[in-house]
Design a protein around this ligand. Structure first.
Ligand code: PNS
Length: 180
């Protein structure tokens, strides 16, 4: 039987992405396989405090590392995710669950978003096992202490982290151990 696909599903993959990690990209590639179009949406003003990378830098990094996907775009948003999703014509929000510890936060967010817009579904996907412990926060912490994160972030992000460190060392006029 031939099934005619009349409808396309556009989904939003929102986050802070400070910086994007291989775990994020793993999720993008999984999302790109099941949604017709995936919008990676970078939150402009996060309540998480001063970001390491500017919004423009995060968008550039995501553009660079998602350009191989024909159905993925990168946008920024502010305010409520449900409002952004509505403007984008999205029917789903994609979020990653790495471990049980993510569940409570993700469950609350999904329920709040459902309360705000019952037409928007949240879809959870799990990244590859090798990325289940990877988070942007840990990457920044390890990198700031000169740890090796080369297997956990895409090459362009690693380069940007190195550039940040070099720029900082130049400004400080010398070596500052443990600082990006
Ligand atoms: O990568 P993060 O930091 O876990 O992503 C969190 C994000 C951006 C998905 C979340 O903070 C968000 O959706 N912010 C927009 C504000 C909003 O819609 N709040 C109501 C739902 S809880």
């Amino acid at each position: 039987m031939l099934y005619a696909v009349m409808d396309t599903v556009r989904a939003i993959y929102p986050g802070t992405f400070d910086p994007p990690t291989n775990g994020h990209l793993d999720l993008v590639s999984r999302g790109a396989k099941i949604f017709d179009h995936l919008v990676v949406a970078v939150l402009r003003n996060s309540s998480k405090g001063a970001p390491l990378f500017t919004t423009a830098e995060r968008v550039e990094m995501l553009h660079e590392s998602t350009r191989q996907f024909g159905n993925v775009s990168v946008e920024t948003f502010d305010g409520l995710l449900v409002d952004f999703a509505r403007k984008q014509g999205a029917r789903a929000v994609l979020r990653g669950i790495r471990a049980i510890s993510d569940y409570e936060y993700e469950f609350q967010m999904a329920m709040m978003n459902r309360k705000l817009d019952s037409a928007l579904e949240t879809v959870f996907m799990m990244p590859a096992e090798k990325y289940t412990y990877v988070s942007s926060r840990l990457i920044k912490g390890v990198y700031q202490l000169n740890g090796d994160v080369s297997e956990l972030v895409p090459p362009n992000v690693l380069q940007r982290l190195q550039d940040k460190r070099t720029a900082r060392l130049t400004t400080m006029g010398g070596e500052v151990p443990g600082e990006v």
